[in-house]
Design a protein around this ligand. Structure first.
Ligand code: MG
Ligand code: MG
Length: 285
């Protein structure tokens, strides 16, 4: 990805992208409500697709060459790109990351969340392993908001990765550090789900793209409770940790415009999660 081909969006285009962002958010919200022990990841895929279609869009994951599903569902040591399957039945205490995207008209949304599968009655599983999984998800989600807050104040795009890395490496669990995946990164978003520029989740030497109004990006930290080395499974898609450690993935699509930032895939535009940083997102209308 080169920095020469970044397409800056007009306010009108960002408003159109918001529709795709909200359809993406609705799909993830419907999946979150459906997650329970005994459901298959293929059933979750159908729920996401029906939600996006009901919002007047279609799955942009299906536009990725060779991919036939609406979501990626990555369970436990799987980090990203897990393929939904009728055979993959969720169990109480599993940590599952769901990634989804909607395209409406010409414009795209892309967002991911991690959920810890509760007990049948909705209560959290009471075990050390599951508590650690919840903390891993919380730390990863917070690193996403640290990255979004950095974007709001940054002069150059790679300040986002510096902030995410600083936060993740300041956290530890039972004395052990978390790892950040480096082979997979965030990206620009607009007419395609994946556009320039690359958005790193870790510090790099270059300053990166000079931030300007109209920049729309997906920030998506992928964090593991162990070593960050990964392998791709035989299905050709699923990325899992080599050491079997658990993984989490959180993502939002964000627009930068003249008056501030707007988290397009958060229903409240990012207001609640950005408030502790002293940042107020500015919706366009
Ligand atoms: Mg995604
Ligand atoms: Mg993405």
């Amino acid at each position: 990805m080169s920095r020469n081909s970044v397409e800056l969006k007009t306010n009108e285009q960002i408003i159109l992208m918001r529709e795709a962002g909200l359809a993406t958010a609705a799909a993830l919200s419907a999946v979150r409500k459906a997650i329970r022990p005994g459901i298959s990841t293929l059933e979750l895929d159908a729920i996401a697709e029906a939600t996006i279609i009901a919002k007047g869009g279609h799955s942009n994951f299906k536009l990725v060459h060779g991919y036939a599903h609406t979501i990626c569902s990555s369970v436990n040591d799987e980090v990203v790109h897990g393929i939904p399957s009728a055979a993959r039945i969720l169990k109480a205490g599993d940590i599952v990351s769901i990634d989804a995207g909607a395209e409406i008209g010409e414009w795209n949304g892309d967002s991911a969340m991690t959920v810890i599968v509760p007990n049948e009655d909705g209560t959290p599983v009471d075990s050390d392993i599951v508590r650690k999984r919840q903390i891993l998800s919380d730390v990863t989600e917070q690193s996403l908001w640290v990255g979004i807050a950095a974007l709001a104040k940054a002069e150059y795009l790679n300040e986002v990765g510096v902030a995410i890395e600083e936060y993740i490496y300041s956290q530890e669990i039972n004395g052990a550090k978390y790892g950040i995946l480096e082979e997979y990164v965030g990206h620009g978003i607009g007419r395609s789900m994946h556009e320039d520029p690359a958005v790193y989740n870790y510090a790099v030497r270059e300053k990166g793209f000079k931030i300007k109004p109209g920049l729309c990006v997906a920030i998506e930290p992928m964090v593991v409770a162990g070593n960050q080395r990964t392998k791709v499974l035989k299905d050709g898609w699923t990325v899992s940790t080599k050491d079997g450690s658990d993984a989490s993935h959180w993502e939002h699509s964000i627009a930068v415009h003249e008056k501030g930032i707007w988290v397009l895939t958060a229903v409240d535009g990012g207001a609640e999660k950005l408030a502790p940083f002293g940042i107020k997102p500015v919706p366009l209308s």
